[in-house]
Design a protein around this ligand. Structure first.
Ligand SMILES: [Zn+2]
Length: 502
């Protein structure tokens, strides 16, 4: 195999795909034509290419960059192979979902719009009715497509010679998924008692219900926190991001290769997103400001991805600029996202006099997410493991594991829909842990207003230059010598371990 040619074509493929993504979701182009891009590069994802890269990976040992690059290329080829095999069902899913509507009382609501309606609904019974209709539609209209997607993913793993999809992902991504699930299960155990205590007052304040009355249908509204929107005006959104970057010594508007797309267009995605077309050199941060806390959180999250990719060293090999452990980019995204719930930042950038409700709510929300993802990784390991039971048994396991994690009744219907491709849940979990370590490192070195220190900006730019060369464990090891520890996350949430563990 001509490796240099493979790398060159792989980079062109990603660039073309990202440019199409940007143009479609920024509202510059109606159609979304990825089929032709895949067709033009089909050689990248043929089975013989995967096998050749697997051999290369098996031959590379040690801890050097050559081994890292081989593993990343293998992961890229395997993801593409699975992508080719599931692309038709993905398109079918998207088509069906886009046309689907649900009936709630006398209203007909679009399936995709319904979660937003649910989050804005003040009446708990109507929230429950929307959720019931969504679950039924997921099961009856989309269930067979989701099932086909999972079956195809599993078939790909077998075709390529792995014992299960979980083993394939574990190998290609270089993440010990079972060890991570062990760490997050311990986190869930350690926070099990404080979790309802932390949530209860927040639920009473925002929804007027106690933890014992909480239903899953209430969670979108709990996360929405419309009452906090007054702190987060639309008019300050972009200037607060640009101003924060100035504090770190970064001039976003004059930054080479970064386009801050804030123009309004009819078909522009309402959610901010980052499209790294070329890394570095052509990165788009697309925003359509409407205001509110979510808008800020999303812009800062995507801004973290943008700054990371825009600052990557152009001399790095393709693999380190474009592939690697996504826990790394997610870490920088969460680092900036968490600023909009930081009391120091809220005071300095949005003049929030009493940030306590924003801070307390954000902690409760983070704990829900962490526990939900701890439940998800445990379930996804069962779903994608070699000894997976039949689909009926898995639906029960999904409901049991997620229900135990969140201590509320959890439905079965979404057991094949609520699944991230390629164990992306592991990237989020590792990013949450690494971000906590990185944030406390920055705070220790530069103080609580670290985001106003040019030196902190220098440290970040130094990390960003390295792309995703190191994985989350390696990066933390080089930065502080520590290992990823969910105990640090527990402490960051102001919680302590229970006295004894049985
Ligand atoms: Zn992200």
């Amino acid at each position: 195999m001509d490796l240099d040619a493979y790398r060159h074509n792989a980079e062109r493929f990603i660039t073309e795909l990202m440019r199409e993504y940007y143009r479609h979701y920024a509202g510059l182009k109606d159609s979304f034509e990825i089929e032709a891009i895949y067709a033009a590069h089909e050689g990248l994802f043929r089975r013989d290419a995967v096998h050749a890269l697997r051999e290369l990976d098996a031959r590379s040992d040690g801890n050097g960059d050559e081994r890292r690059r081989a593993r990343m290329l293998l992961d890229f080829a395997v993801e593409g192979y699975v992508g080719e095999a599931t692309k038709a069902v993905e398109e079918e899913l998207a088509r069906t979902e886009a046309a689907l509507t649900i009936e709630v009382g006398h209203d007909r609501i679009g399936f995709r719009e319904a979660p937003v309606v649910q989050a804005n609904e003040a009446d708990p019974d109507r929230r429950a009715a929307i959720e019931r209709a969504l679950l039924t539609a997921t099961d009856e209209e989309l269930g067979s497509h989701y099932r086909e997607r999972i079956e195809r993913q599993h078939a790909c793993a077998t075709e390529l010679g792995w014992t299960s999809y979980a083993d394939m992902c574990e190998h290609c991504k270089g993440i010990d998924l079972r060890a991570l699930a062990g760490q997050t299960a311990a986190f869930a155990y350690d926070s099990a008692e404080s979790y309802p205590r932390l949530l209860d007052p927040e639920l009473r304040r925002t929804l007027g219900i106690g933890f014992d009355e909480l239903r899953r249908a209430d969670l979108p509204r709990f996360f929405r926190t419309a009452e906090q929107d007054r702190h987060f005006p639309a008019a300050r959104l972009t200037e607060s991001f640009v101003g924060t970057m100035v504090g770190l010594g970064i001039d976003v508007s004059g930054q080479d290769g970064v386009t801050f797309d804030i123009g309004s267009r009819p078909n522009k995605s309402p959610r901010a997103f980052c499209a790294p077309v070329r890394v570095p050199g052509e990165v788009y941060l697309v925003v359509a400001p409407v205001g509110g806390r979510d808008d800020y959180a999303t812009l800062f999250h995507e801004g973290g991805h943008t700054e990371h990719t825009a600052n990557v060293d152009p001399a790095l090999p393709f693999e380190f600029r474009r592939l690697g452990d996504n826990s790394i980019s997610e870490t920088y995204a969460f680092l900036l996202q968490h600023l909009v719930e930081d009391p120091e930042w809220l005071a300095r950038h949005l003049n929030v006099e009493d940030p306590s409700e924003v801070v307390t709510h954000a902690k409760a929300q983070r704990l829900v997410y962490l526990r939900r993802y701890a439940g998800k990784i445990a379930y996804e390991l069962e779903l994608h493991g070699a000894g997976a039971g039949g689909f009926t048994a898995l639906a029960g396991r999904y409901s049991a594991l997620l229900g135990a994690a969140l201590q509320i009744k959890w439905p079965t219907e979404t057991f094949l829909a609520d699944v991230d491709e390629g164990f992306y849940c592991a990237c989020y979990l590792r990013a949450w842990a690494l971000e906590t370590h990185l944030r406390s490192y920055l705070r220790d070195r530069f103080g609580p207003a670290w985001f106003e220190s040019r030196e902190a900006g220098e440290v970040l730019r130094g990390l960003w230059r390295d792309g995703q060369r190191l994985d989350a464990e390696e990066l933390l090891g080089e930065l502080t010598g520590a290992r990823l520890d969910f105990g640090a996350v527990l402490a960051d949430l102001g919680l302590t371990k229970p006295w004894t563990r049985h």
